[in-house]
Design a protein around this ligand. Sequence first.
Ligand SMILES: NC(=O)c1ccc[n+]([C@@H]2O[C@H](COP(=O)([O-])OP(=O)(O)OC[C@H]3O[C@@H](n4cnc5c(N)ncnc54)[C@H](O)[C@@H]3O)[C@@H](O)[C@H]2O)c1
Length: 379
Amino acid sequence: MRKPGTNGIRAAESIESGLNGFEPMARSAGLPVGVVGCGPWGANHVRVLREVHGVGDILVADLDQGRSERLARIYPRVTSVPHIDAMLDDVECVVVATPPSTHLELALQAIESNKHVLIEKPMTVSEIEARTLIDSAERRDLVLMVSHIFEFNPAVRHLRSLISAGDLGRVYYLDSARLNLGTYRHDVNVIWDLAPHDISITNYLLNTQPTSVQAWGASHAHPSLEDVAYLRLVYAPLGVTANIHVSWLDPCKIRKITVVGSERMAVYDDMAADERVRVYHKGVSASAGNGHGPNTFYRQGGVTSPYIHWEEPMLVQDTHFVRCVVTNERRPLVDGWKGLDVVRCLEAADISMHTGRVVEVPGDYAALSAAGTAKRDAG
Ligand SMILES: NC(=O)c1ccc[n+]([C@@H]2O[C@H](COP(=O)([O-])OP(=O)(O)OC[C@H]3O[C@@H](n4cnc5c(N)ncnc54)[C@H](O)[C@@H]3O)[C@@H](O)[C@H]2O)c1
């Protein structure tokens, strides 16, 4: 078990050392948090973490020190340090918001220094890397959480409640589109950059992981990395497929998920100013017919848009992470195992894209994860 008092607000107040020789600052009460990587997404974490109850000082680091210093200038209680080494003595947890190819090294360094870690998606760029982080965090009984931010999105949560309540009937298939012009990444292709969202959303909505993946992708404007891709995920036990289109090379920004059920259909449009979830009371049924083919009946109903109380997903997510750290009792909703589920699916998609084969996604990590929890509870 984690030792009481090694994290949380009181522990934060007890820190005595300065900032390893960097500009000393007056300590504020609260959990000291580090953020590594101050690009757009790291900057979002810093903005949001300042609002999270219980968070104290925030230390930020980026290879481009101009980026971390800019955040320190904008926000009080935020201090720039030159690199991750310079923050580890002074923080209780670290948010890793650097390019995916650097996640393993930085997260492992933080974990080996006994820091709880929230790591951006995709968790890592291979299964072996993800397992390394899980093993290392579990050995030290540290919180390892992966930023699958849509699992904290009220609209996605509502969609899940519609599915699990049976409001859509039997789910036939899901369709997901995540398209825009850019931003091109330099270390991963469009599948690893954008599809983690769609895979984590469909896993979350269906409460399981796919059994196989088929993918097609091509590079157009980039010399080597695929910038447009299509994935087909099969959730065999449920008889459900999820079709995912991701692109860095599209004129329109689209973030849309359609769930087609036997009774109703629901569309979640992340770009909609309001009415982000719409439920279409429409459907089709077919009977055997009379020898001239099946008879098809169309149900044309209305459209409803449920009220959804909106909260910023990143604020909900980062609050949950901090809560997991300070309460010392809760496993994060998106733990390393769920991160691994997505990484395995991404690896399978890459293999499929390069071989043209349907690739199985073996392993029931949700079950393993549950077993791990049971073992930990028993211990
Ligand atoms: N959840 C989401 O919706 C979402 C959206 C965008 C990005 N992301 C993820 O967030 C992460 C960052 O994305 P971004 O758009 O800010 O990327 P970015 O490339 O614009 O910025 C990353 C920053 O990390 C810095 N960096 C790189 N290596 C470093 C190291 N070893 N130590 C310290 N700093 C280092 C870079 O200098 C850069 O400033 C990625 O993993 C990305 O997949 C998530």
